[in-house]
Ligand binder design. Structure first.
Ligand code: ATP
Length: 718
C-alpha cells in the first residue's frame, strides 16, 4: 500500500528526493553515513513522531537541511508519503492518500492530508485505523532491535499492545476517562446550581402551598358564606316587612283613640259645668275619684310593666323561632283580660237591657277566646333561657296578683262612687259613664303604645342585625370573596352553625396572610430551572454510569484481545526462534508486576537455547539477543501484520547462516507486510525485489537512486 516517500530539505536530503515503492520488499543500501537512517526517520517523522530522541535530534530545527557552501540551509523540511488506499485500509474516502508533514525553523509543524491542512490528531487517528502508528513498532531503528528485550515487563506489554493494534483501545479508554472527568465536573456544577436555588425553591414552594390552601379556604368560604348570605338576606327582609306591617294597625288605632278621648274629655268638661252637688257628697266623690285615679295609675303602670315583660319573653329565643311572631300578642291578651273584668263590673250595674245583653255576649266570647288561648299559650324553651323566662314569669304573676287586688279595690270604689253618684242624679251618672269610657280608652291607648314600643325595640334589633350582616359581607368582600345568591335553603340552626364555621375559616385565612403574586411567576421559572437541572443531572449521571461501564468493557476487551494475541504471537515466536537457533524454545509470559489487584500483567520473555543452559535474557550473547529479538519482532508482525515494516540494519549482527534464515523469514513476512530494509547484508539485498542506493558526496548532500543488485552487492558486507 506504500507507494512512495518524498524527502525535501529533511536532514541530509537537501534536495527533493523520492523513493518509489513498487515491490513488496525494498532494500536501501549505501555506505556508512550516507543518510540511510535519515530515510527511516523520514518515515517516523511523517507519521507524526513527536519524540526528538527517536528522530536523533534535539530540536525541530535539527531536522532541516543545515546548509553548505553551495546549497544554503533550508527554511523547512518536509516529508510526503503516498498510500494506495484503493482497498480502503485507511479510513478515508480516497483511493490515494497523501500525508505530508512540514517543520519550520521555529519548530512549528504543519500536517496535511491530501493537501488539506489538518491537526496532528487527525493524522494519528487516520493511521491508527490501519495499525500504523508513530510509536514505531513497525519501524525498527538501527540498534533498536533489542529494545523489546531491554524493556521492562510493562513497557514490553505496551510495545506488544501496540503491535497487536490495541492502542486504539487505550485511546478510547483515555477518551472515556476524559469524558468521565468532564462529566463529574459537570455533575458537580449542576449539583452546585441546584444547591444554590433549592432554598429559594423551597421557600417558593411553601408560598404556593400557602396560596393553594388560601384558595381552598376561600372557595369553601364562598360556598358557605353564600348559603349564609342567602339565608340572612331573606330572613332580614321578611322580618323587616313583618315589623312594618305590624305597625300600621296600632298606629291608626292610636290616632283614633286619642281623638275619641279628646272628644270625651270635652264632653265631660261640659257636663261638669252644671250646678254643683251638695258639698259633702262632692267631697266624698272627689276623695273616691282620687283613690280610683291613683289605683288606675298603678294599674296602668302594672299593665305597662306586664307589656314590657311580655316583650322580653318574646325577644327571648325559643325553639320555634318564628312562631311567636305570628301569634296573638300578649299585650292584646292583657287588654282583653282587663276589658273582661271591667265589663264584668259594668254588667253588674248596667240598667238598659240591650247594653246588658251585648255585654253578656262580649263576656262569653272573650271567655271562650281566652280559654282557647290559654291552651296554646305554653311554649317549650331551651333550658339555658328557661331560668330567665321563669324569673320574668314570676314577676308577671306578682304583678298580675297586684292588678287583681287593685281590680277588687277598684270594684269597691266604683260601687261606692256609683252609690254616691246615684244620689247626685242623672248628670253624675253621665259623668261617670264618660269617665269610665275615658278610662277604658286610655287603657286601650296604653296597650297600643306598649305594642308600638315593642315593635320599635324589635326594629332596633333588626337594624343592629342588619348592620352586623353588612359588616360581615364587607369583611368577606375584603378577603376577595364575592358572595352569591344560593339556591340551597338552610334552617336557622344550620345558619348559626355555618356562621361559626365561617368565622373560624376567616381567622385561618387571615392567619395565612396573602402571597405576593410575583412569587407565582418566580415559582414557575425556578421550578422549570430546577426541573431542567435535575434532568440534566440525571442525564449526566446516566452518561457517567455508561462511561464507567464503557471503560470496564474496554478493559475487558483489551485484556481478552491481549491474551489471545499473546497466545498467537507465542506460537509464531517459538517457531521463528527454533528456526533461527536450530531448536530451543521461546515464550512470552504474563507476570504480575504489582501487587495491586487491578494492576496490569507485564510480559516476561523466557528462552531456552538448544544445548545451552540459558534461560535469562541477560545471559545471551549479542548475536543471540539479535536473533531472539528478530524472532519476536517477526512473530509480532506475522500475527498482526502492519501495512509496512521498516527495519534499519536489524540484520547487522547475523553470521552467514543466520543471514540466510533471516532472508527466508523476510520473504515470509513480505507476504503480509511491505518491507523497507536498510541493510549492508548481501542475503537481505538478494531477497529484496527493489534496491535503492543512498550516496553522499563531499557536499554532504544525500542522493537517492534506484540501483541494480550487482551495484548494491558492491557495497554489501561479504
Ligand atoms: P550508517 O550506515 O553508518 O548507519 P547512515 O547511512 O544511516 O549511516 P545517517 O545516519 O542516515 O547515515 O546519516 C547521517 C548523516 O546525515 C550525517 O552525515 C549527518 O551529518 C547528516 N545530517 C544529519 N542531519 C543533517 C542536517 N540537518 N543537515 C545536513 N546533514 C545532516
Amino acid at each position: 500500500m506504500l507507494k512512495s516517500i518524498e524527502l525535501n530539505g529533511f536532514k541530509s536530503f537537501a534536495r527533493k528526493s523520492e523513493i518509489l515503492i513498487d515491490s513488496p520488499t525494498v532494500a536501501i543500501v549505501g555506505p556508512n553515513g550516507s543518510g540511510k537512517s535519515n530515510v527511516a526517520e523520514a518515515f517516523r517523522f511523517v507519521l507524526g513522531e513527536q519524540s526528538m530522541k527517536s528522530l536523533r535530534c534535539k530540536r525541530g530545527e535539527d531536522l532541516i537541511w543545515a546548509g553548505n557552501k553551495s546549497i544554503p540551509r533550508a527554511n523547512r523540511a518536509s516529508v510526503k508519503v503516498v498510500f494506495d488506499n484503493s482497498n480502503k485500509i485507511l479510513d478515508i474516502d480516497f483511493d490515494e492518500v497523501v500525508i505530508e508533514r512540514i517543520v519550520y525553523r521555529d519548530g512549528t509543524n504543519e500536517y496535511f492530508i491530501n493537501k488539506s491542512k489538518v491537526r496532528l490528531k487527525d493524522v494519528v487517528t487516520l493511521l491508527a485505523s490501519a495499525n500504523i502508528g508513530s510509536s514505531g513498532h513497525h519501524i525498527i531503528s538501527q540498534g533498536e532491535a533489542d529494545r523489546i528485550l531491554n524493556a521492562t515487563p510493562l513497557q514490553r506489554r505496551e510495545i506488544l499492545e501496540d503491535a497487536l493494534g490495541l492502542r486504539i483501545f487505550h485511546y478510547r479508554k483515555n477518551e472515556a476517562f476524559r469524558k468521565l472527568k468532564q462529566t463529574s465536573v459537570h455533575i458537580q456544577e449542576v449539583e452546585a446550581s441546584i444547591r444554590e436555588i433549592k432554598p429559594r425553591f423551597s421557600f417558593l414552594q411553601r408560598q404556593m402551598e400557602k396560596r393553594q390552601k388560601a384558595q381552598e379556604l376561600k372557595d369553601s368560604l364562598k360556598k358557605e358564606f353564600s348559603l349564609y348570605f342567602t339565608f340572612e338576606n331573606s330572613y332580614l327582609q321578611e322580618l323587616e316587612s313583618h315589623i312594618k306591617n305590624s305597625k300600621d294597625i296600632p298606629k291608626q288605632k292610636i290616632t283614633s283613640l286619642e281623638k275619641e278621648i279628646e272628644t270625651l274629655k270635652a264632653k265631660l268638661a261640659q257636663l261638669k259645668q252644671k250646678p254643683k252637688q251638695d258639698k259633702e257628697t262632692e267631697k266624698e266623690l272627689q276623695k273616691i275619684n282620687k283613690q280610683i285615679e291613683k289605683l288606675q295609675d298603678r294599674k296602668n303602670e302594672i299593665l305597662h310593666l306586664l307589656g314590657v315583660l311580655d316583650g322580653k319573653l318574646e325577644v327571648l329565643p325559643t325553639g320555634r323561632q318564628t312562631n311567636s311572631q305570628f301569634t296573638v300578642s300578649k299585650e292584646k291578651l292583657l287588654f282583653l283580660r282587663s276589658l273582661l273584668s271591667d265589663l264584668k263590673i259594668s254588667l253588674s250595674e248596667a240598667s238598659p237591657a240591650i247594653l246588658k245583653h251585648s255585654i253578656e255576649h262580649a263576656v262569653s266570647s272573650l271567655t271562650k277566646f281566652l280559654a282557647d288561648f290559654d291552651l296554646t299559650g305554653g311554649q317549650s324553651v331551651p333550658n339555658d333561657i328557661s331560668l330567665q323566662r321563669q324569673k320574668i314569669l314570676q314577676q308577671k304573676t306578682q304583678l298580675e296578683k297586684e292588678k287583681n287586688e287593685i281590680d277588687g279595690q277598684l270594684k269597691q270604689l266604683f260601687d261606692k262612687r256609683l252609690a254616691l253618684q246615684k244620689q247626685e242624679g242623672q248628670n253624675k251618672d253621665d259623668v261617670y259613664k264618660i269617665q269610665i269610657e275615658i278610662a277604658q280608652k286610655s287603657a286601650q291607648l296604653q296597650e297600643l303604645k306598649n305594642e308600638m314600643n315593642l315593635l320599635e325595640i324589635k326594629e332596633k334589633e333588626l337594624q343592629e342585625r342588619k348592620s352586623k350582616f353588612e359588616e360581615d359581607v364587607a369583611e368577606i368582600i375584603a378577603l376577595g370573596i364575592r358572595p352569591v345568591e344560593s339556591n340551597e335553603k338552610i334552617s336557622a340552626q344550620e345558619a348559626s352553625a355555618l356562621k361559626n364555621a365561617i368565622q373560624k375559616k376567616k381567622i385561618l385565612l387571615e392567619e395565612l396572610g396573602s402571597v405576593d403574586e410575583a412569587f407565582v411567576d418566580e415559582y414557575k421559572q425556578v421550578k422549570e430551572r430546577i426541573e431542567f437541572l435535575e434532568g440534566e443531572l440525571a442525564d449526566l449521571k446516566t452518561s457517567g454510569t455508561k462511561l464507567v461501564q464503557l471503560i470496564k468493557d474496554i478493559d475487558k476487551e483489551l485484556s481478552l484481545r491481549f491474551e489471545s494475541g499473546i497466545l498467537k504471537i507465542n506460537e509464531v515466536f517459538a517457531e521463528f526462534f527454533a528456526i533461527l537457533f536450530g531448536g530451543g524454545t521461546a515464550k512470552l509470559k504474563l507476570v504480575k508486576e504489582d501487587t495491586q489487584e487491578d494492576a496490569k500483567d507485564g510480559i516476561e520473555i523466557a528462552v531456552a537455547i538448544p544445548r545451552k543452559k540459558v534461560s535469562t535474557l541477560e545471559a545471551l550473547s549479542g548475536g543471540e539477543r539479535a536473533l531472539t529479538s528478530i524472532a519476536l519482532i517477526f512473530a509480532m508482525s506475522q500475527v498482526n501484520p502492519p501495512p509496512f515494516l521498516i527495519l534499519d540494519e536489524t540484520d547487522a549482527a547475523l553470521d552467514e547462516a543466520n543471514s540466510r534464515r533471516y532472508a527466508e523469514m523476510i520473504v515470509k513476512l513480505s507476504q503480509k507486510s511491505q518491507l523497507i530494509l536498510i541493510t549492508h547484508n548481501r542475503e537481505t539485498m538478494v531477497s529484496a525485489g527493489e534496491l535503492y542506493g543512498v550516496t553522499m558526496g563531499a557536499d554532504g548532500v544525500s542522493k537517492l537512486l534506484s540501483v541494480k543488485l550487482e551495484e548494491a552487492l558492491s557495497v554489501a558486507k561479504s
